[in-house]
Design a protein around this ligand. Structure first.
Ligand code: UD1
Length: 394
């Protein structure tokens, strides 16, 4: 069978890596069970945002790099749609896999669905219930176009069932490996909605073993290992609004001075926004660095006292590595993190961010950390379900 993965943005390079490993593990005695086509839309194109991840995660060179680059949402998504369609027409796959919630996810799902190629959505069912966020629009539409919905949590399954997308396999509980409890063939109108666990946990389990030692950024800044916080900011709602970005930067400066020095890998969007809004930070307070490879990011997170972020993936990685997280938004699609007490929503509110930084670390020292997001074998389940779908004539 032939499977195509559409990726384009940094977190998707992380998510496709365990899937590729699970595909290779299926190959028996040199026979390729699944032919895999890697399609990179080119949404992220800087060396630090793209190529470094391919090397870091041992990803193969994409068969197609569509080179769409930056643009408004309409321009970027339209260019992807046109170019993905061309690829899918010239090399029709049996299934297209899309990942997460970026413009590349939506373009991949839409191009495939219109060509009647079934879509599998990895990280299906997440909701922040805020359609003023591009990511929420991308998730909802991609889910509604999919035939196989691979959810990372039981809550994500419930969200989809509530939207009438389909019935939950195995009552929304994590399926056991080799699960075959489906009676009907999946179609876009009658999809399989299944809790497989989270591929980011797979990626973390696989990489965390190597993520030991002192992070380069910490060494370079002359900081004490384990005595710092890590911040990331890139969401449009935080970078496009000068007041919000200013409040976040001021809070990070205060935290850096009052509690722990803050290491801040700067996303290109944020760097440009700071220039545009004429916002600067004191280099003595914040340690601004360029974006870093995933293995280096895990090393940095694992040794941190605290994480402050508006990223979905970083919230989860912090939790899985046992680091409390202040989320720089007023909602999160990863609601179980907030329920666990390890994640606190502080919006872009300077006082709330500083209050959370002052108390959360100590509170979490005596707090249990529940097991969330599966068992680190989500990708194997996904590949197994895809093979079952194809052998059922999908
Ligand atoms: C995208 C995703 C977001 C994901 C994030 C991870 C959408 C709507 N958003 O946001 O869900 O969490 O990726 O990073 O798809 N830029 C560069 N170099 C690059 C890439 C981007 O300079 O390599 C600049 C672009 O010119 C643009 C800005 O960064 O001005 C934003 O890039 P874009 O791909 O639109 O969205 P992200 O903020 O990266």
């Amino acid at each position: 069978m032939k499977l195509a993965s559409v990726v384009g943005a940094r977190p998707q390079f992380v998510k496709v890596a365990p899937i590729l490993r699970a595909i290779s593990a299926q190959d028996v005695a040199g026979t390729e069970m699944v032919e895999h086509l890697l399609v990179h839309t080119g949404q992220h194109y800087d060396y630090e945002m793209s190529r470094v991840f391919f090397g870091d995660m041992n990803l193969p060179r994409p068969q197609y790099n569509l080179g769409v680059g930056s643009g408004t949402h309409g321009v970027q998504t339209a260019a992807m749609l046109e170019r993905i369609e061309r690829v899918l027409r010239s090399e029709p796959p049996d299934l297209v896999l899309v990942y997460g919630d970026t413009n590349s996810t939506l373009a991949g799902a839409l191009a495939a669905a219109k060509l009647h190629v079934p879509v599998g959505h990895v990280e299906a069912g997440l909701r922040s219930y805020r359609k003023d966020m591009a990511e929420e629009i991308n998730r909802v539409l991609s889910d509604h176009l999919s035939t196989l919905l691979f959810c990372p949590t039981a809550r994500a399954v419930q969200n989809l069932v509530r939207e009438g997308i389909g019935g939950a396999l195995n009552e929304g509980k994590l399926i056991s490996p080799g699960y075959r409890g489906f009676s009907a063939k999946a179609t876009c109108d009658s999809p399989w909605v299944v809790n497989v666990g989270d591929v980011m946990k797979d990626a973390l389990v696989e990489s965390a073993m190597d993520a030991t030692g002192i992070p380069k950024a910490v060494d370079g800044a002359g900081l004490a290992n384990g005595e710092y916080a890590v911040a990331t900011v890139h969401r449009a709602e935080n970078t496009d609004d000068r007041d919000r970005l200013k409040a976040i930067l001021r809070a990070l400066e205060r935290i850096s001075i009052d509690f722990f020095p803050v290491v801040f890998p700067l996303h290109p969007r944020t760097r440009k926004a700071m220039e545009r809004h004429r916002l600067s930070v004191s280099p003595r307070a914040l340690y601004l660095i360029d974006p870093i490879a995933h293995s280096e990011m895990l090393r940095l997170l694992r040794n941190a006292q605290l994480v402050l972020t508006d990223s979905g993936g970083v919230q989860k990685e912090a939790f899985l590595l046992g680091v409390p997280c202040v989320t720089l938004r007023n909602e999160t699609e990863w609601v179980e993190l907030v329920d666990s007490g390890w994640n606190r929503l502080a919006d872009a509110d300077e006082e709330r961010i500083c209050d959370a930084a002052a108390t959360l670390r100590t509170e979490c020292d005596s707090r249990d950390r529940p097991v969330l997001y599966g068992d680190g074998h989500a990708a194997e389940r996904i590949v197994d379900m895809i093979l079952a779908f194809c052998s059922a004539g999908g």
